[in-house]
Design a protein around this ligand. Structure first.
Ligand code: AHR
Length: 517
């Protein structure tokens, strides 16, 4: 048995089992509604769009004269699907691409914008048809805040400074007037700005001290033209367990609002050799992937502890602005395009990570799953005029009830899910109470072989009704396809009952469940 206290958590799953099958394993959960914790920042449900493969081009942008229905070149089916997700913020233009991106190439008449080679992602020619105006139009269409990443690696301070002026100044100034000339009178509101991406790697291979100095320098010239909406400045943070990076930045980075952590889950656990298929895997690979993703708990805990030393008042957020499962690409697709399918396993993995972020809501203020469309762990896959919603999309839609709610402390004791002599907790959970007083509890059962009953003690609340939804599927590697788009889709859940003020839930094998009390 695994016992997890307070706002800590964790998870488990099994092969397809009918919802009615009785549970032969029991987890114990206590939710203390009398001691609400930090607000779960909606920004934890953020997304990431990079000029990579078919994320921007085809996924979002189809040109205004496309037969695919669009508004000013942005596809309408994708916008409609994303609006339902309540996407809080979107990161752009990269990723590694950001440190080669020169924003002036992406403004003005599209036919005269210069092209460039996208050296990181397939060496394709980027025509710059999707630039600042198009991205910010996309954000407005889906109702999300933009989160812009500046080019520190190959750009200049002047270039960065002028981009900020171009986007946010309302003055009669050179950059604001250039924006007006290009068709946008009012400045945009830019609340989140990253100063470089992976500066320890593709963003310039810098040492932590060299980057800390550069962060301070760039940060000096990022001006708040819109004083009512000051810019949150996010520094490039560590790669996984690089604690020295966090230590150096917290000590020497100067004034920042966020420190970005990147951590991907690889089924194989290694960047060397194959990472593992997105669809062709058995239970050992499934188990290993979920075991590997639990590393996020350790990373967030340890980086937070370093941040606590320098920032005990928690003014600086830990911003996990790249995370998700990274598998081998789909056979026959361009290896540089990072196109992968998305299974029930990935949905469970997403929920486990969101639970981790919510358990650390006092420090984790933003997160961006990589990436939104057609790249890595996507919400949406497209094929010309067709789109499908992935299992991960459904998890984001189901769990977004936690956005902006107060996290509630939980104490969870979970049965183990064991494979090949190793074990992880089978169940993870997270609870919150929103402004209307509704309590939402989300669960994962990672064990694919057995349902698990959860006996929940509710403290500080008398619930009178419970309803919910469940996401499961016939197999751990079930996916949605263009021919069968609803194989993995949420259904009404009738496995929860209230009795004597307590809640009993039977989590189907390999499932994600969200309840409303
Ligand atoms: O998300 C794909 C890539 O992964 C990003 O461009 C980079 O920042 C990271 O290494």
């Amino acid at each position: 048995m695994h016992s997890l206290r307070t706002l800590s958590l964790l998870a488990a799953v099994a092969a397809f089992a009918p919802l009615a099958r009785p549970a032969d394993a029991v987890a114990q959960l206590t939710i203390d509604a009398s001691r609400p914790g930090a607000v779960i920042n909606p920004n934890i449900y953020g997304q990431f769009t990079e000029h990579l493969g078919r994320c921007i081009y085809e996924g979002i942008w189809v040109e205004p004269d496309s037969p695919i229905p669009n508004v000013r070149g942005i596809r309408s089916d994708v916008v409609a699907a994303l609006k339902k997700l309540k996407v809080p913020q979107v990161r752009w233009p990269g990723g590694c691409f950001a440190d080669e991106y020169h924003w002036r190439d992406g403004i003005g008449p599209r036919e005269s914008r210069p092209a460039m080679i996208n050296t990181h992602w397939g060496g394709v020619v980027e025509n710059n048809h999707f630039g600042t105006h198009e991205f910010l139009d996309f954000c407005e269409q889906i109702g999300a805040e933009p989160y812009i990443c500046l080019n520190v690696g190959s750009g200049t301070v002047q270039e960065a400074m002028e981009w900020v002026e171009y986007m946010t100044s309302d003055a009669d100034s050179p950059m604001a007037n250039l924006r007006r000339k290009n068709g946008r009178d009012k400045p945009w509101k830019i609340r989140y700005l990253a100063i470089g991406n992976e500066s320890w790697g593709c963003g310039g291979n810098m040492t932590p001290q060299f980057y800390a100095d550069n962060f301070r320098r760039y940060n000096t010239f990022v001006k708040n033209y819109d004083r009512e909406n000051p810019i949150n400045r996010i520094a490039c943070g560590p790669d996984g367990g690089n604690y020295e990076w966090t230590e150096t930045l917290m000590k020497n980075g100067g004034r920042m609002n966020g420190l970005a952590l990147h951590n991907y889950t690889l089924p194989s656990g290694s960047w060397r050799g194959p990472k593992g298929s997105a669809t062709k895997f058995g239970e050992p690979e499934y188990f290993a992937t979920l075991r590997n993703t639990l590393k996020m708990e350790e990373l967030v805990t340890k980086h937070s502890a370093i941040m606590d030393k320098y920032d005990p008042q928690k003014r600086v957020g830990l911003v996990v602005d790249e995370w998700g499962v990274w598998t081998d690409v789909e056979p026959g697709t361009n290896p540089g395009f990072l196109y992968q399918q998305n299974s029930l396993r990935d949905a469970i993995l997403a929920a486990i990570n969101l639970h981790i972020f919510q358990a650390h809501a006092d420090r984790v203020t933003m997160a961006n799953i990589a990436q939104m469309i057609n790249v890595l762990q996507s919400m949406i896959l497209t094929d010309k005029e067709k789109i499908l919603l992935t299992p991960t999309y459904h998890v984001f839609e189901m769990l977004n009830v936690h956005q902006g709610a107060k996290s509630l402390p939980i104490s969870l004791t979970s049965p183990d899910y064991a494979v090949g002599g190793e074990k992880i907790p089978a169940v993870s959970a997270s609870a919150s109470r929103n402004a209307a007083g509704k309590i939402h509890v989300s669960f994962t059962n990672a064990d694919p072989n057995r349902p698990i009953a959860v006996e929940c003690k509710l403290e500080g609340v008398s619930a009178t009704a419970v309803s919910g939804r469940v996401l499961t599927a016939p197999a751990i590697n079930s996916v949605n396809t263009f021919a069968a788009p609803d194989t993995v889709a949420p259904q009404a859940f009738d496995g929860a009952t209230l009795a004597g003020g307590n809640l009993r839930v039977t989590l189907p094998a390999k499932s994600v469940v969200v309840l409303e009390l």
